[in-house]
Design a protein around this ligand. Structure first.
Ligand SMILES: *Cc1c(COP(=O)(O)O)cnc(C)c1O
Length: 354
């Protein structure tokens, strides 16, 4: 394994107040960075002060978008322990994204070791108020200074960390979602399965339209027939219809969420029927009309669960569970956040103690 050089800051920052945290505004004192050079591999790993990175304007990532990222969280328990939630899955997924974007693989064990060292150093930045966490953003960018279109010969793999506030300050309020008709997020064979910035850039337009109409996010349909449900915003989506929880199967254009996988496992452990299959928007409209559409929710690291209270499709507004969070959504939220915060026993072996 590579050595990690540590250069601690001599200038620690003041930590923001918990209720000012929000999401993604503040960064901890340190970051991890390792370089890749063709022929030499990954080298010069270090933990150093969080700071700007010098790059040439011709760096490939600025022009052709060769980059991948991850998102995970560290939580502080009531006993002051710091827990990471399934970080091994994030680094495994980072390598899957790397493969799609022709970025060299990272050593997953080494990345986890680097992450543990970084979080330990900035341990005091993990907030401990209920619902707060330290958001962790590993990412890789193509840094070769060259405008030719080819996979970059140089990369930087960086991990930065941001203390984040409670997502649900005023309680869990379901959101209104608009089914997108014109634009698509991803198609099979594209990059939808990879966690890469381009997917987010192409989703901004739909998001903007939804927001203009007073909706929080876009529900994405498949890119071929405009018929089957794929994701909601940048979350996976679940529907509870007549007692069965259904989520779109991983079909090549859907991002394999770690929260999604965790929810499926929790549902199975509680004997709630759960299906991974294709589900059309028409099936959802029909279920709503005949009164069997019981719950709808998105899942992802940032919110864990985001219940949907209204779905707008064409000219119709489907109201779900009177616009309130459902029983299963609440159970899943409580179970997962309980495991993450260490208040519920982790029978799945998902958390890693620092
Ligand atoms: C990151 C992401 C998710 C959620 O994945 P988690 O591992 O659960 O955080 C879902 N959809 C998209 C498009 C994503 O980028």
């Amino acid at each position: 394994m590579l050595d990690i050089r540590t250069e601690l800051t001599t200038n620690p920052k003041e930590k923001p107040a918990v209720d000012e945290l929000g999401f993604g505004h503040y960064f901890t004192d340190h970051m991890f960075i390792v370089e890749y050079t063709e022929g030499k591999g990954w080298h010069d790993a270090k933990i150093t002060q969080y700071q700007p990175i010098p790059m040439y304007p011709s760096s490939m990532v600025f022009h052709y978008g060769q980059s991948v990222f991850e998102g995970l969280k560290a939580y502080k328990t009531v006993d002051g322990e710091v827990l990471l939630f399934r970080p091994d899955r994030n680094f495994a997924r980072l390598n899957k994204s790397n493969e799609r974007l022709v970025i060299p693989a990272i050593d997953e064990e080494f990345a986890l070791e680097a992450l543990k060292q970084l979080v330990s150093i900035d341990r005091d930045w993990v907030p401990n108020a209920l619902g707060t966490s330290l958001y962790i953003r590993p990412f890789i960018i193509a840094t070769e200074a060259n405008l030719g279109v080819h996979p970059s010969k140089n990369y930087k793999f960086i991990i930065i960390m941001s203390p984040s506030g409670s997502y649900y300050k005023g309680g869990i309020n379901p959101v209104k979602i608009m089914v997108e008709q014109q634009f698509v997020r991803a198609v099979k064979g594209g990059t939808g399965e990879a966690k890469t910035g381009g997917n987010y850039a192409s989703a901004l337009k739909g998001q903007e339209i939804a927001e203009k109409e007073g909706y929080a996010q876009t529900l994405w349909l498949d890119g071929k027939e405009n018929k089957y449900v794929e994701e909601v915003g940048s979350m996976n989506i679940f529907f509870k219809i007549n007692g069965t929880v259904i989520t779109p199967e991983l079909n090549g254009s859907i991002l394999a969420g770690i929260t999604r996988d965790s929810m499926i496992q929790v549902l199975k452990s509680k004997n709630v029927p759960v299906e991974e299959r294709r589900i059309s928007i028409n099936e959802i409209v029909e279920a709503s009309h005949n009164g069997t559409l019981e719950e709808v929710f998105g899942t992802g690291t940032a919110a864990v669960i985001s219940p949907v209270g209204e779905l707008k499709y064409l000219d119709e507004k489907l109201i779900i569970n009177d616009g309130k969070i459902g029983e299963v959504s609440q159970m899943l939220y409580d179970t997962l956040t309980g495991i993450q915060n260490g208040t519920i026993e982790d029978t799945f072996g998902w958390t890693i103690k620092l």
